[in-house]
Design a protein around this ligand. Structure first.
Ligand code: GLA
Length: 402
């Protein structure tokens, strides 16, 4: 491109106009209403993206709601049914967002009502840019109008993405939507999805209830694919993040791939265990209506979920690493601890955690429950260990005996 220099100001001015649609003069606005307390523990639910991407419709969403209620998932705490990108089609002449009439002929309100009738909550997706990542209309310049619409429809959760945002300031853009949601008259969880690109740990706490820390996950043990990362690559990016997470303000290492077929059962156990250790939102991304028994066993492991949902809300730290072997630990409410012995290697490995590594006295007696085998070892002193399968975990809950 070769613009004469004297026209450079014009290019700058025009790009400013494109990047800042009407309404952006308010980008400095402040949040006066406090953030509603809607995520004391990490949100749990299902989202359409990981398995279906844009291939969604209302029958699919109803099936997932039916399955969440019937499969035992609802009983162990899953509650949000979230439609990700591509439910939108256009805006009407008044600027109201319009759902795709072919895929959602009954409309979003009826779908939300259906989800609510199952005793579940309903989530939608939008984007802070002119377009969503899938090229549908975004919410830039329509934040208050969209938030009011979501409230009328009965939306309980908004995932708000970051494509086509040009030069927008992330804190300002998410603050506008946070304010719009708070003024909508309905309690709506705000899930910030700017992929950790703009240091959300510095500003997102008063704004949203959770924020993505990385690009997208894909259904593989490890690897990189365009903008997406395998499970262990995502995990590695969480190591330093534990300081910035807690009740009502969670780090989000992206949704679960359990049951989507790209990893082994052992690897999915590791994925689920580690996400629970991270106090991650547990948002399933598989077809709940056609889960095999093993997927269901993993996703509904109530002991692992209890670690994720521990009220202290303390994200795990990686307290030890040697080659392919890692120990992750998090304190739980009431003086208990959760520990994961994680073996990334190709062969089984003997692993042990010492009480000293958990800042517990070596002589302390504790009951140790293996959260996958369900075996309880009584009055253990000093350390606990075992053989950890290749790509597997031993995950335990340590309860001091006083
Ligand atoms: C981005 C997000 C994904 C998903 C897609 C939808 O990539 O990070 O989680 O919402 O957009 O287009």
């Amino acid at each position: 491109m070769c613009f004469p220099v004297r026209y450079a100001w014009l290019v700058v001015a025009l790009s400013g106009l494109i990047a800042a649609p009407p309404g952006h003069a308010h980008e400095t606005l402040k949040l006066d209403a406090p953030k509603p307390d809607l995520a004391a523990t990490p949100p749990m639910g299902w989202n359409s993206w990981n398995k279906y991407a844009c291939n969604i419709d209302e029958a699919l969403v109803r099936r997932q709601a039916d399955a969440m209620a019937a499969s035992g998932m609802k009983d162990v705490g899953y509650q949000y049914i979230i439609i990700d990108d591509c439910w939108q089609k256009s805006r009407d002449t008044d600027g109201n967002i319009v759902a795709d009439p072919e895929r959602f002929p009954g409309g979003i309100k009826a779908l939300a009502d259906y989800v609510h009738s199952k005793g579940l909550k309903f989530g939608l997706y939008s984007d802070a840019g002119a377009l969503t990542c899938g090229g549908r209309p975004g919410s830039a310049g329509h934040e208050f109008q969209d938030a009011r619409q979501y409230a009328r429809w009965g939306v309980d959760y908004l995932k708000y993405d970051w494509c086509y945002t040009g030069t927008r300031n992330a804190e300002a853009a998410y603050t506008i939507m946070a304010k719009a949601l708070r003024e909508s008259g309905r309690d709506i969880v705000l899930s910030i999805c700017e992929w950790g690109d703009n240091h959300p740990e510095r500003w997102a706490q008063p704004v949203g209830h959770l924020w993505r820390t990385t690009g997208d996950i894909f259904d593989a043990w490890e690897g990189k694919k365009d903008y997406s990362l395998g499970m262990t690559n995502i995990l590695d990016l969480q190591v330093e993040r534990w300081r910035h997470s807690g009740p009502n303000a969670w780090n989000d290492p992206d949704m679960l791939e359990v049951g989507n077929g790209g990893m082994t059962s052992t690897e999915y156990e590791s994925h689920f265990s580690l996400w629970a250790m991270l106090a991650a939102p547990l948002i399933a991304g598989n077809d709940l209506s056609a889960m095999d028994a093993d997927t269901r066993r993993i996703l509904t492991n109530a002991d692992v979920i209890a670690v994720d949902q521990d009220p202290l809300g303390q994200q795990a730290r990686r307290i030890w690493k040697q080659g392919d072997l890692e120990i992750w630990a998090r304190p739980l409410k009431g003086g208990e601890h959760a520990v994961v012995l994680f073996n990334r290697g190709d062969a089984p490995a003997e692993m042990t955690v010492n009480w000293g590594q958990l800042n517990l006295p070596a002589g302390l007696e504790a009951d140790v429950k293996d959260l996958w085998s369900k075996q309880v070892s009584k009055s253990v002193r000093g350390s606990y260990g075992g053989t950890v399968a290749s790509h597997g975990v031993i995950m335990v809950r340590i309860t001091p005996v006083f």
